[in-house]
Design a protein around this ligand. Sequence first.
Ligand code: NAP
Length: 371
Amino acid sequence: MLGCMPPLRPPAPSNPDRSHGAPARYRRIWRIQSAGSLANLKLVTDSLSPPGPGEVQVRIHAIGLNFADIFACQGLYSATPKGPFVPGLEAAGTIVSVGVGVTNRHIGERVMVLTRFGGYADAMNVPEATLWPVPSDWSFAQAAAYPVQALTAWYGIERLGNARKDSLVLVQSAAGGVGLHALQALHSLEAKPVAVVGTESKRQWLIAERGLAPETIVVRDTQYPANLDAALRHYQASGFDVVFDAVYGDAFQPAFDRLAPEGRYVLFGAADFMGSGARPNPLRLLSSWLRRPKLDPLAMIPLNRGLLAFNLIWLWEQSARLPESMRATLALIPSPPHIGARFAFEQAIEAMKLLQSGQTTGKVVLELPVE
Ligand SMILES: NC(=O)c1ccc[n+]([C@@H]2O[C@H](COP(=O)([O-])OP(=O)(O)OC[C@H]3O[C@@H](n4cnc5c(N)ncnc54)[C@H](OP(=O)(O)O)[C@@H]3O)[C@@H](O)[C@H]2O)c1
């Protein structure tokens, strides 16, 4: 299934209200009545008001999927709204209407959108401050794949992790959406990567498709600690300067133990908590929770190591900082993302299940016809 491109189903009849260039009065959204199971997610038609002051209406052509979408639908994401909500943190499309006071955007402009939920929609009203022009040589799918995962990689690798030239940086889930952006960031910084993946097939993919040296890629198998040591030997290093990890669980301690003095462990997720069903398995969750790694801050003092943690939702809320954050992200990670799998908008649940499987490379996107 690696890098698979399932055939698009013929799209369902599109919203009759969506003629080109006109604002929509109705739209289709994937809405969940209450978090708990992916099976609760339903495709429905909803009314859409004109964009308010400072907002634009975007007709969506592609939607980027994130691991957090699945956690949110299962009720395992701390920022999940109470009651009904539309998942989705990013999308790309064309502006079809602008609200009062919008000065820097125009109808017909191609934009990528960062949103706090609501992204699984074929049209949406968004504040002007949370969208950016799509680079001219990028597709809508590439633009929809960029904001969340690239901002996450920039913030974790450069801003918090303080990685710089020659830093030795471990990247967990390096073939995934955030992971590939992180590798690109390290390339820009001229830092040295150790890419960690869950399977040998992803290791082979990184060698073939990203040109990584085999000695710098570690599989999180039963030999994981020894594999990390081999990668350190390859670089003639005694420890990592930065670890960038959103797997946690059993992946954590072997990497933390190999942080160099003054090293920074940047933790930004816990994919290890993800099960395989539509709803969370309470026994598996309890077991992961009880076995979760725990640190004693006092024991960290003599080790001279640091642990940092973040959630991008916090950055989204600092709207005044977003323009500069995106500018810095595009400077650090200028290349378009790798799209590993494409689905039609109507196939959102199949797409989420594929992402949940942990087998994907790069980004999973939903696409809508560009008429
Ligand atoms: N804090 C934030 O603001 C923030 C923002 C964006 C993303 N994130 C986190 O960053 C991580 C990567 O996100 P992404 O959207 O780019 O996804 P992704 O990396 O494309 O896919 C998730 C990856 O997690 C790994 N994984 C480990 N244990 C797993 C399990 N039990 N089930 C399924 N997969 C498992 C798999 O890769 P390997 O097996 O190769 O490791 C899988 O491919 C996620 O944990 C996400 O929650 C956090």
